[in-house]
Design a protein around this ligand. Sequence first.
Ligand code: SDX
Length: 392
Amino acid sequence: ETGCFTYDVGFTATAACKSAITYIDGDAGVLLYRGYPIEQLAKNSSFLEVAYLLMNGELPSKTEFDTFEHEVTHHTMMHEAFRTFLYGFRHDAHPMAMMVGMLGSMASFYHGSLDLEDAEQRRLAAIRLIAKVPTIAAACYRYSIGWPIRYPKNNLEFTTRFLHMMKEVPSEPLELNPVAAKALDLLFILHADHEQNASTSTVRLVGSTGANPYACVAAGVAALWGPAHGGANEAVLQMLEEIGRPENVGSAVAKAKDKESGFRLMGFGHRVYKNFDPRAKIIREMCHQVLNELGVNDPLLEVAMKLEVAALKDEYFVQRKLYPNVDFYSGIIYKALGIPTEMFTVMFAIARTAGWVSHWLEQQTDPEAKIGRPRQIYTGYAERDYTALDKR
Ligand code: SDX
């Protein structure tokens, strides 16, 4: 009716890119980082070791890890001018909005990393991002609650250092529970990379133009923020709080099946996994253990478990192969660790920075890499002539 034409484009799905970093088998529920099963890394590794693995392709020797850890530790400080930039935001800005701005501004502090031909500058940019994103994340949070920013303490390991920067208050010594750091480090491992998800594809698309690595990661943070992607962990908690009690689960499932409602079960479904997300299985088990060890009794855990059982029994979800994904249980643990809801996606960004910089580095050294240029199926008008104003 609009005179448009349709044509057979002979459209075949083409892979976005080649990558050796992460492998997913969505039907079997398999996730491998550089060939290592996520279950084994979750059990035996640390986030910083996984970051090294993703970046370099191999698990580090003791010397290699110590060198890497020393480098990351000595790049955690941010330039003092960052404060001025940060203090320009409204206090009530969402931390993810601040993160997009702060990471983009890193490009204005490190001119050397504009020379992408220099392998050492590329590697240094990756190290700086892994090291500084937690410092910036903690600063954004503290600014949003009116607390003074805390400097990173180099005598602490990566995740403990982040928790210290986020939670230490000037007026009293911080008692950090080691269970909290261990649980958060495991969540960082599980969120570190995931093949060509929306935010990683964004980083690669921006990187394919030769843009500055800090600008690439800022674009990745923006993509991650959406509730269909990384923002889902925050949306899951809001959904569970709205459901409120186990007896309301049935109506929530019914509402999620009614297209008109526009309501979806956040934390359910996945573009690739048509089986259980292996990360969701690990996090579900972690939930019980962490809440027990922290002595936290969160009624939302019972709501989540009831919701999972009800959905997995329902034909609508079974037919569409909708299973809990990585975001379904993670928010319950973040909440038990005392991390506020608006910081949940920031946690995801801290972890995924390891994956983003690894994909960016891989792309920069790929001789076949070209500028990203997705095509489209045109559905507009066929060619037509201009009509003079007095004839319209
Ligand atoms: C992440 O890509 C990655 O790897 C991402 C990630 C990573 O590590 O980077 O794994 C992290 O982003 C996990 C996903 C977090 N998002 C959510 O939990 C939001 C809720 N889920 C969805 O909106 C949805 O499931 C997606 C976006 C995750 C996946 O969407 P798809 O594969 O494009 O599925 P679809 O939208 O085409 O839906 C297929 C059908 C539809 O019904 P029909 O049209 O066939 O009748 O399933 C329905 C949808 O309406 N559906 C849901 C649903 N998800 C899909 N119905 C109810 N609740 C849901 N959550």
